[in-house]
Design a protein around this ligand. Sequence first.
Ligand SMILES: Nc1ncnc2c1ncn2[C@@H]1O[C@H](COP(=O)(O)OP(=O)(O)OP(=O)(O)O)[C@@H](O)[C@H]1O
Ligand SMILES: [Mg+2]
Length: 360
Amino acid sequence: MREPIIRKGDGNKEAEPASDAEGARDESLQERLRPRRLAEVIGQGAVARRLAVSLEAARKRGEPLPHILFDGPPGLGKTTFAMVLHNELGVELSITSGAALDKKMDVMPFLTNATERSILFIDEIHRLPRAVEEFIYPVMEDFRVDVVLGEGMAARTLNLPLKKFTIIGATTRSGMLSSPLRERFGLHEHLEFYGPEDLVRIITINAGKLRATIDQDAAWELATRSRGTPRIANARLRWVRDFSLARADGAITQAVARDALDMQEIDDQGLDKQDRRYLETLIRVFSGGPTGVEALAATMNLAVDTLKDEVEPYLLRREYVVRSPRGRLATRAAYQHLRLPEPPPVPEAEARDPQGRLFD
Ligand SMILES: Nc1ncnc2c1ncn2[C@@H]1O[C@H](COP(=O)(O)OP(=O)(O)OP(=O)(O)O)[C@@H](O)[C@H]1O
Ligand SMILES: [Mg+2]
């Protein structure tokens, strides 16, 4: 198979040089640890099986893959899956981001340069402006672009045929995509948080790649304290490895892993300082809610997007927080985790919202 070609477009966050040495180190670490073939991907079994079917069909028919949308919280493997598909097919890949495609003309070169069966990866696709979105509808459906030439009475539309290629979109906010765009993807794959067994496998394999020795208890300790997220597991693994070299004999044991993670103020459930601050703010400042995410973000002095994309998904998944029509509510588990006295139970009538749904 010929070596796949990667072209990276403007504004692509994966292609941008990291601004500081730490960032650069982290970037290259993630690249080194990223699985390259479908067989190397751990977990997400149902997604991987469906992709294997699409790959086999595309190969047999000599056609491009269907357009694929990956959605899910950061660090769960959206970019990884896109790169794996590109490696598996050995086709050309162009990478860009919704944020970089401001105008129709920004997207044009990606479309006209696309070769037969190649892949165009659009990260953060929810940031595409509506006009650009509409411009790519006919691309996704019929592999053509409609360009309007001239103005007023003299205006005419030119239909430009394109090569048959695949658009792979990634988003942390599939809810922000318009339904016409969402419906034009042949496959829509939602990535879920990983269970500890899958993270143990990822950590063990990656420790090998980092030439670190880790025992199974230590791998389990790390796995249960990585917020169900491979990217976080990788970053914590590197920290634990560094800690084991600096403060122990280089072997990562459970005791070493515990000390290293405690030093970073990661608690026994894997929550970090920011997660606990979120829960503390919700409970102490807003009496456990319900409160709007905007108010929480303002009090914490953080961007709403950071809370929505990075902090809340895992807390919601673990049921420390619930989302009600009136806002965020801390659950009993959150009080217990922070060892705070639980509030008296709310009478059922008060706990109902106007539509009659129970909050907790
Ligand atoms: N299924 C997997 N098996 C093994 N490692 C994985 C898997 N998924 C992700 N990883 C690891 O986690 C890292 C982060 O994954 P990736 O960059 O694909 O996340 P993402 O979903 O694109 O996140 P973002 O929304 O921030 O772009 C990868 O570099 C890779 O090392
Ligand atoms: Mg990504």
